[in-house]
Structures are given as structure tokens and as C-alpha cells.
Design a protein around this ligand. Sequence first.
Ligand SMILES: [Zn+2]
Ligand SMILES: [Zn+2]
Length: 229
Amino acid sequence: MCDECNHRAEINPLRAFDCKNPQCAEIMEGAPRITDHLCDDCREHYETVKRYLTASGLSFVEDTRLVRGLDYYTRTVFEVQVDNGMGSQNAIGGGGRYDKLAKEVGGRDVPGLGFALGYERCVLALEAAGVEFPNASTLDLFVACVDDSVRERAFSLVQECRDAGIATEMDHQQRSLKSQFKLADKLHAAQVAILGPDEVAQGCVKLRNMETHEEQMVAFDELIKVLCQ
Ligand SMILES: [Zn+2]
Ligand SMILES: [Zn+2]
């Protein structure tokens, strides 16, 4: 077998089922299958898992060669696949059980279970299933800079608003004021706070409601209160 498989034979021999080396694959064809060699406890556990899945109406395929890329799993590992519309790229995630991990890394002796989902694959699967996506969460406020001199003040204003729970963005690419408004539109900002040297000198922003186009001057220390109304 390849060096990697020989090395892993000590740590996690099951990983050899995953080796892309043709010679290893050939050897593993004749390798014993884990399901034929479970101890009584593991056998019972495995049967219970399958019973629960069936009782929950989840269809599953037993894959005696399934291996995950991490060595801490115990007993159950799984992959989640979608049936339709994804072709061969139909695995959207996977995970398993790790009964010894917490203790091994110095924690309490508690069992664990987890999985990772592929974000893009999930989006593709949802699209293939015809799921309609809700609008991306809208932006409460976009802080637009009239010129570069006010960027620093704008930046701290954005942080203050975010700290107050107001979803706030600003431009970070030196866009023109016009382009900043385009961006604010694209992000569905409810309000735009326009900040120029005059406003900074007066300690206020010009706040524009993007729906009604109404504008009002709002002092910095009133802004959060006004936005939260
Ligand atoms: Zn190998
Ligand atoms: Zn066992």
C-alpha cells in the first residue's frame, strides 16, 4: 500500500478505503468490512441508529466503506445526499459521532455528535428543490461619505450604530457619492446618512429615508435614537 496508507494503518486503517491510489483501491476491494466485525455493543448501537432513522422516515443507504477525513469519529459516520437535481455532486454535508473527543482534548467525558454542511451545495440543493429564498436581510443604515476627509468619522459612526444593533454599512472602496448611493440601493438600505465636511463640522448627518426621500439633519448623538424610533 502507499506510504500514506501504511502510516494511517496505525491511526485509522479505515481511511485506506478513501485512498485514491489504484493499487490501494484494489487491495481494499478485498478488505474486511466493518459491519461484519462489530462488537455486541456497537452492533446493538448500529441497529438502534438504523431503527430510529427508519422510524423517522429517513431513507438511508448503508455504506460499509464510508470514511470521514477526521480520525476522531466513533461508531456512526454519515453523509447527507440529496436525491434530485444535483447530479454526482449531491453530497451536501457529513459528520458523525465522537464519544471520546471531548475527553481527549481535556474536557469532560461526554459524547458528541456533529456535522458540517457545504454552504454552496446546500444553496444549489435548495434551488434544485424549487425553494424560494427570502430577501437578504435588509440594511438599516448606509453611511455615505461626501469625500475622503470624513471616512474616519464615518467608520466610527458605523461602529457606533452597529454596537446599538443597527445593521449599518459603508463603502470601503473610495466610491463616488453617486456610486455609494447605488450601493446603498443594492443593499436595500432603509436610510442613508450623508456625511460631508460641513456635517462633521456641525456634528450631524443628513439622514435620507430611501423610500420617501425625506431628508433631515440629525445630530450624531441623536442618530441612534432617531434610527431606533
Ligand atoms: Zn493508499
Ligand atoms: Zn464496539
